[in-house]
Design a protein around this ligand. Sequence first.
Ligand code: ATP
Ligand code: MG
Length: 873
Amino acid sequence: MAGSRLSSEEVIAKLIEMGFENSSAVQAVKKVGPLFNDAVEYILNGSCGDCGGAPSNSEYSTSNRKALGKRTLSSAALGQMRQSSILNHFQYTGTPKRSRNNNVPDISISSSEILARPIDDVKASITRVDCGNLKTVPEDLQVCFREEADTGLDWEQRANNLLQKHFGYSSVKSFQKEALAAWLAHQDCLVLAATGSGKSLCFQIPALLTGKVVIVISPLISLMHDQCLKLSRYGISACFLGSGQPDSGVEQKAMRGMYDIIYVCPETVLRLIKPLQGLAESRGIALFAIDEVHCVSKWGHDFRPDYRRLSVLRENFNARNLQFLKFDIPLMALTATATIQVREDILESLNMSKETKIVITSFFRPNLRFLVKHSRTSSSTSYKKDFCQLIDIYARKRKNGNKKQTISNCSGSSISEADECSDVDDDDEVHLTKEDGSTASGLERKELSVEYLENEVDDFQSVDDWDVAYGEFCGESPHKDWEMSGLAETIDASSTAEKRLALLQEPLEEGPTIIYVPTRKETLSIANYLCDYGVKAAAYNASLSKSHLRQVHKEFHDNMLEVVVATVAFGMGIDKLNVRRIIHYGWPQSLEAYYQEAGRAGRDGKLAECILYANLSRIPSLLPSKRSEDQTKQAYKMLSDCFRYGMNTSCCRAKRLVEYFGEDFSYEKCLLCDVCVDGPPKVENLKEEADILMQIIAAHHGQSCYLDGSYDDTYSDSKSPRLMQKPNLRMFVSKLREQSQKFCEKDQLWWRGLARVIEGKGYIREGDDKIHVQIKFPQMTRLGLEFLEFERDQPFYVYPEADMILSMNKCKSYSTFADWGKGWADPEIRHQRLEKRRLNREPRKPRMRKSRKGKPDTRTARGRITAKLSKLK
Ligand SMILES: Nc1ncnc2c1ncn2[C@@H]1O[C@H](COP(=O)(O)OP(=O)(O)OP(=O)(O)O)[C@@H](O)[C@H]1O
Ligand SMILES: [Mg+2]
């Protein structure tokens, strides 16, 4: 910091010149040493007993100096300072967009123009507040700016210097440069960049460059907290405001301009419009950044109504309404997970400018290895199979003192290895540990009991009350020992195939794991399960106590926890460099949510794994949430896309994911995912099967199988009352199997997969108004009819999808109803079968499902749900 080069006397002199009391200045320097900024912070924070806080111009924090250059300002000049154009602080003032002054031509400025502009163009047009009138600042202040400009640094060099000084990075990335250039040109900007790419710096640097305040709208208190803490370590003062902020003093200080960056949740920013207008007039607001902006969109995976109301920012902070502004305060909206539909919705609903700059980078994360494994994910039996590798890594290896993690053979099943795919749950009770004592995270075990929670899912909003005891973070001197990203060893997209394959052979580095589960109850049961095996694990969901959540966050960031088992409440924006593994245990609700959460892994650029364990033999269902009809449709669509991602066996997973977000995947494959590594399954010619299924569908709907009008009624069954109703796929398959023994070995699961493949080719389509996760009421399309007619002799090559492979792996030949019936009808066979079952069966555990005295049994999941429902009634 500049102050570090001054002597104590010089610092005291500067403080007095700024208007602070002599005694306060002396006391502050005594306390913090000859560090100017720290001394000012010390006085402003009121730490100095008799200093009475700030001088007469106390609404300006030390950061104003950054904007005003190295020369010391007179107190008068400071007192008169006011909102000015962002470019006043740089060598180039630029040609304004959306200026309220009609004399100024509305020429849009491209980022390249700004970069190319010579230093001579600099003309500081600083304005000040004087009884509400606009006036130019005194000459001496302008000179001061010019001198700053004369140092010969353009804004990019200054940004790089600040980046180096505060964060330890050498230069801004090209997408960050583009976003900053748009901001400098007073343009609104939508930044779409991969998770972990560094979007936060796009809005943090403006606070450092200008000395004005940056307001960041963020959806989660925990996220704001993390970012503020990080900024304070980098020497940048920040605070967060929201329902979780217990200290009202922080809000007042923030509105007086005492923090460089203010994080605020959407509800709060809506409440603070007036004070923020005051702040814009006094210290100045450089930018409104709307982080995780996909929350704005109803079509996104995490819609929050309050985000939609943020259009008030454009209405209330434009140059037309606020006389002291020369330009509208720019909006910068950022996200890593927005489909094309969501992007359009964001621009519209935030009322962003027509000339909004869209900065987009690849969504591809080249160091993430995506895998999908089949698991029922429902009980301790599944845990045993699926978490044995994790336990091996964290607990057993720790005992052996091994440094590197190894991968044991007992990991969960890949699709081809899966040994079971039963649709019947034999144990839907939660596994709970019987031992008492504390978890590895030091939390009381009683907190992790089933009684503590209802089996409910989390929605994000509930986490906004995450209470924190403190919410202001004054910039400290940046740490010298910050974690560098280890960029030399990172995998980037341009690495050669050989290099990336070589990295794949390496075991994963050490680092924590996050397990995402759909329900709160599962966070507990899995965390307990892992703790029992000696893993340092903790549960995280919105219903746990705030102190617990705080502690989990802290321990996770301090590398004291090995595994966090969480609902979606623990996710967005979490920036911990060394997370090595993200496990989704159960179907996510959308690919957006999946990719967002997976994006917590490998932020140091090193290899990391993202494993989805899901019951591939089951169609996932929507988790309960309040949704309008439209939202329900959209939710089904998103779940369906996610289901299809899991079923895919032939296309690179990373390609699937980035193409989902509308990006053309420029690499053929990622080389890391399970599909790339294991290769697709053997391709099969399923022409016969596809034909018969489509003919049965066509015949039922009275659609001619042949476009020339000739009608083949071999498969027609229009008289069957069962099929007179809307026939579903299951009925078609039953009919098909009844008619042809040849296909009996293939079960419903297999046909379900084939129907999806045929749908994917466009030959059949969903005939229901509702959206289903899997095609349910198939109807032929014209393309399908053409296929039946003209491509009779053509093969129909298919890569069997996950459910088809599972079905075939069962090796259970289909037993027709007739066979089954015959067997049971014969008393001798029946006797033998019953006897065999009796001998093989273990004594049945009594299942305490019956209600006691007519009341639901709250010891079971079903009972608790019934009790809840009856309460609602
Ligand atoms: N120019 C840079 N050079 C090197 N590292 C950088 C640079 N910019 C940002 N980073 C680092 O990248 C990491 C991720 O940054 P950040 O949290 O802003 O990601 P993000 O894009 O917001 O991700 P998410 O979408 O998950 O929130 C941080 O640790 C940050 O310090
Ligand atoms: Mg972020």
